[in-house]
Design a protein around this ligand. Structure first.
Ligand code: ZN
Ligand code: ZN
Length: 395
């Protein structure tokens, strides 16, 4: 029997030839024959080990500077922005840098006065939503760090470093908001909510289980699943919370907080763009992942995320004046369709093609500078301008 013809189907496709050569080499290294590796019980174990994506080598003079694949590929490790496999990533890199901001620049004294005048229900809604955001960004810092180690593309690794840094800034902003408006003791309580609140726990665990799976068993399949989870976290799971804070801003309340939320939304939009590009490139690099079962996984997982986000809105926002929950539920579907579009997939929901809540969007710098409230007198940032020209704000 020709051994190559008998190779399991995952290795048998022509594009898997390189992996086959890699496996032969690896077999020699562990002292196992190819036949044994492919067909014996011990071999199955060795094979599984080998399918785990290898970490990028730090110093590899044998490999080309331009990556051959985003994960599991070859790349020397040096970064030359003028010689990268996905040239549009250079533009994203510059946009991310231009959007730099830090929480301490935003004055919070008016927010502190207004928070003290809110009723206890409104205060609780505010705090539980901050608690949600703090968990999402904490998880995200860890996930981006995990992904960064596996990229075999120096430009993607570099962008992950910046995105990871931005997630840390987001986390700092939540601590900064809380330290401005509540006592130390209350801050600590807010950072405990997520461990006990069943609704909050369910939606966070939904994502963390998928991220943990990628951390425990890093391979192209778990990476695919983790990218779907990423698009959900950054592209869907923030949105009823954004609605809550922008709704306060529409009443000129908690404007310092809303300014930070606006910066965070702008960052998250760009992160979505990045991970959607990575998602599409993963399918190009590993066409065997482009299966009906994986498509079904993406739709099923996103649909569950839409349910969880809608439940969250009904759970935390039902007493909030100015937010129509049916409208918000349509908006969540609308935003899910946008994410699917970004991932190169067909929309999942009909009848929600129009944005019914256009006020859920980052404030532009022009708007920030044009108004006269304290909020808009916040120190203007000199790094860059939010506008139509950077191309990533309205994803
Ligand atoms: Zn973030
Ligand atoms: Zn993010």
């Amino acid at each position: 029997m020709n051994l190559l013809n008998a190779v399991p189907s995952i290795l048998a496709t022509p594009q898997k030839w390189n992996r086959h050569v890699y496996i032969r080499r690896k077999c020699r290294k562990v002292g196992a024959g190819l036949k044994e590796t492919l067909f014996s019980k011990r071999g199955a174990h060795i094979l599984k080990e080998m399918m785990i994506v290898q970490l990028q080598t730090i110093f590899n003079t044998e490999a080309p500077n331009k990556s051959t694949r985003i994960i599991g590929g070859e790349c020397s490790g040096i970064l030359n922005w003028n010689d990268i496999r996905m040239p549009h990533m250079y533009k994203l890199y510059k946009v991310l840098l231009l959007n730099h901001w830090i929480a301490d620049e935003i004055p919070m004294s008016k927010d502190a006065q207004q928070f003290a005048r809110m009723d206890s229900e409104e205060q609780r809604t505010f705090k539980i939503n901050i608690s949600l955001l703090a968990v999402l960004d904490s998880m995200q810092t860890m996930f981006v760090g995990d992904v960064k180690r596996y990229f075999t593309d120096s430009s993607l690794e570099a962008i992950s470093a910046i995105i990871g840094q931005q997630e840390v800034v987001h986390n700092q902003s939540y601590s900064y908001v809380l330290s401005s408006i509540v006592s130390d003791q209350e801050q600590k309580e807010v950072f405990e909510y997520w461990k006990h609140d069943p609704v909050l726990l369910e939606r966070n665990k939904f994502i963390s289980d998928i991220y943990q799976n990628f951390r425990d068993d890093s391979n192209p399949q778990t990476f695919y699943e983790a990218l779907v989870a990423d698009l959900i976290l950054e592209g869907i799971f923030f949105y009823s919370t954004f609605a809550f804070f922008y709704n306060l801003a529409r009443d000129q309340k908690m404007m310092g907080t809303s300014q930070m939320i606006s910066y965070i939304q702008r960052d998250e939009n760009q992160h979505c763009y990045f991970f959607a590009e990575v998602f599409k490139q993963l399918l190009a690099d590993y066409p065997e992942l482009d299966t009906p079962a994986n498509k079904e996984y993406a739709y099923r997982t996103i649909n569950r995320a839409v349910e969880l986000e809608t439940n969250w809105a009904y759970y935390t926002l039902k007493e909030v004046k100015g937010i129509d929950l049916e409208e918000l539920s349509d908006y969540i579907k609308y935003i899910a369709n946008r994410r699917l579009n970004l991932m190169g997939m067909e929309k999942a929901y009909e009848g929600v093609d129009v944005n019914c809540m256009p006020w859920i969007k980052p404030f532009s710098d022009d708007a920030l500078n044009a108004t006269k409230t304290d909020f808009f007198e916040a120190k203007s940032r000199n790094y860059g301008k939010v506008g139509d020209d950077n191309g990533f704000d309205d994803l």
